[in-house]
Ligand binder design. Structure first.
Ligand SMILES: NC(=O)c1ccc[n+]([C@@H]2O[C@H](COP(=O)([O-])OP(=O)(O)OC[C@H]3O[C@@H](n4cnc5c(N)ncnc54)[C@H](O)[C@@H]3O)[C@@H](O)[C@H]2O)c1
Length: 283
């Protein structure tokens, strides 16, 4: 199916980024938030980011205005009824997602594809909230969605070939790199990156190196574009600990469990760049 109209449910950090990418690529987007104020605030942020692109010479004013005109927001879930694809980006809570997918199945066209941007929940379990799990697919964007090229396209146990192909086609039209994969905890990138970053934090104490030295070791010795401590600071120590806990609960592999040092930092409010302090201090 050739998708033209995309519904985005939840216009927080990820949903607003996904909506921005979609309107920039020429799709019509209807974003749904829980209140009109949140929807308007998200539309305002998107408009602001696109204005910055005009100022930097990356877009013309006309392109910016045309993209902004392709975005509408609503609080009414039923308004998504004529969307070809709906991307869910609400809070990472299974109950909330199950309730939403049951509603979306009831409200959306039978041929609409329903996608979830979940990072750590099972797409198969979310699909099971519907009686048409064939049309449910994972569409895992990375943060910030407008900048990060990768989208993992996650095939749940009962996803149809057609639904997966539709999402891969949309990802390509968004100018992103789609990597198809099966529905396993952490999908591809987090399955590899989370235990690796946990190992890095444990090495800090075992090898008694400073964060600066560990980052210098990995950038200069392993060719990483960014050191692991700087990367965890950027991701957010709270976000990383939460993702580690989710993977550990599913796989019971010790390397997935968040290192106590990171849990202590999270508990102390040292979230990294966004809180002004993590392994490093930020202005
Ligand atoms: N933040 C990340 O780094 C990241 C990366 C990839 C995927 N994800 C996933 O994306 C999803 C969203 O994460 P986020 O960081 O954008 O969260 P967020 O808290 O910034 O945004 C969630 C938004 O959803 C809204 N919302 C909640 N219930 C809703 C409903 N029923 N209908 C409409 N809107 C609703 C909230 O008002 C909020 O604005 C989660 O599943 C998360 O795991 C997050």
């Amino acid at each position: 199916m050739a998708v033209q109209r995309i519904g985005v449910v939840g216009l927080g950090a990820m949903g607003a980024g996904i909506a921005q990418v979609a309107i920039e690529a020429g799709f019509d987007v209807l974003g749904r938030e829980v209140s009109a104020e949140l929807g308007e605030a998200a539309a305002g942020r998107i408009g602001h980011f696109l204005t910055r692109k005009v100022e930097k010479g990356q877009r013309t004013q006309d392109e910016r205005d045309a993209a902004v005109a392709r975005l509408e927001t609503t609080t009414d879930l039923a308004a998504l009824a004529d969307c070809d694809l709906v991307v869910e980006a609400i809070v990472e809570q299974l109950d909330a997602k199950l309730e939403l997918f049951a509603e979306l199945e009831r409200l959306c066209r039978a041929d609409a594809v329903l996608a979830t941007n979940t990072s750590a929940l099972s797409v198969t379990e979310i699909a099971a909230a519907t009686s048409s799990p064939a049309r449910v697919v994972g569409m895992h964007f990375f943060n910030p969605a407008p900048l990060m090229p990768l989208v993992e396209v996650v095939r749940a146990e009962l996803s149809s070939d057609g639904a997966v192909a539709t999402v891969l086609d949309v990802v390509e039209r968004l100018g992103k790199v789609g990597v198809p994969c099966h529905d396993t905890p952490g999908f591809v990138v987090n399955r590899v990156l989370i235990p690796l970053l946990n190992d890095c934090v444990r090495v800090l104490d075992e090898a008694r190196v400073t964060p600066e030295s560990l980052d210098a070791a990995m950038t200069n010795g392993a060719g990483w574009p960014m050191g692991p401590c700087r990367l965890v600071d950027l991701v957010g120590i709270d976000v990383h600990v939460h993702a580690s806990e989710a993977l550990y609960e599913k796989l019971w592999e010790p390397r997935m469990a968040p290192p106590p040092r990171l849990v202590a930092m999270r508990n102390a409010g040292l979230f990294g760049r966004k809180s002004g302090r993590g392994f490093y201090a930020y202005e």
